[in-house]
Write a protein that binds this ligand. Sequence first.
Ligand SMILES: [Zn+2]
Length: 438
Amino acid sequence: MRLLALLCFLAAAAEPAWKAGVAKVSITPDGPIWMAGYDARTKPSEGVLQDIHAKALAIQDDSGAITVLVTLDLVGVAPSITGPIVERAEKLGIRRERLLLNASHTHSGPGAGEEWVLRFRDRVAPEQVAIVRAYTRQLIDKVSGVIATSVRNLAPARISFGQGLAGIAVNRRRLANPSWPGPVDHDVPVLAVRDENGRLLAVAFGYACHNTTLGDYRISGDYAGFAMDSLETQNPGAIALFVQGAGADANPLPRRTVELAKSHGSTLAAAVGEVLSGKMKPVSGLLRAAFENVEVPFQPPPSREELTARLSGKDASKKRNAGWLLEALERDGRIRSSYPDPVQVWQLGDGPTMIAMGGEVVADFALRFKAKYGWSTTWIAGYSNDVFAYVPSRRVLAEGGYEGGGAMINRPFPGPFLPEVEETIANKVDALVQRVRR
Ligand SMILES: [Zn+2]
């Protein structure tokens, strides 16, 4: 009897006690600001349809390590934004591999970061650039603050995981090319964090689809913003965090009205609600994390002569791209041949494996990794840590089109990626998955 009591005591003591803390802060701009997402916009924002936010979920495992998921209603993040945030988080003891910054890719958010300024400085008045720079400084302070608050809020918690489905996303490449296969990832991964009394503290959920229902001049989080608002209204006191998936080739269709954005949002919130009210798997164990940059290779750049010739061409995008590359040649003596793509993997105890990639990643990556690592237990996030360009699979690259390489002209990069881009990322993901599952 005494032995049994001892065993029970040991089992209870060995049961990992999670701690979790959440926080959110509004990152709605104070006034009109140039918006990010659609390059064709011709004026700054006009009003606010919905507040946008930075939200943080801090999780501490039994080893004491603190891991923080940050979600942002922004089109993307880039090194000039993440760099200072990572530095400040490290001062709180949060290691690089334990901080994940995911952008919802809302196309109704403000421009931010020096990378944005580089791309738009010739199309936007200097006073608009100054507004974006001031906003960026505020953003960095606010995100650093919300991370610190989430860590301060750490308290005993229970974590569970489940997955649902929602049918909002449509493979948008089929619009122009109906014969292309057009895979979509409709999964809705859901992580529920509850306090000791079972009250919902936070719900983090994912979906792989551009936040492009809306295309006007009002600030909003698009369908993801409406989904989060709806979940927070239904669960008073809880914070809902949207994690963008490998949604580079998906649009929410039909679209372009506020009613549709709200309707897509409530569809997604309902899918999350179904998972929350169903039987979710309790998660226990340690949260293991890995992070590395992998160099994704570009096709060889045009020659200096070709670039100089493009400067006097008629195509504005080609001219701009040639200007950026010639500037790099002047400054660095070379044009970069690859880009450091941040890859991050979290293993949440005996729960999900979360694979987060930089850039705008197409659905093929999600389907490939889920087939390899588990359909019900693999959470794929794109738009994480650095949204530098579209990242096509080998198939999408070969097909071409906007996501396959066409969009690259709008970036300060030499050209489309080389066909090995998919394998290069998959190999790095696999190395990190093996490391966290060891
Ligand atoms: Zn996009």
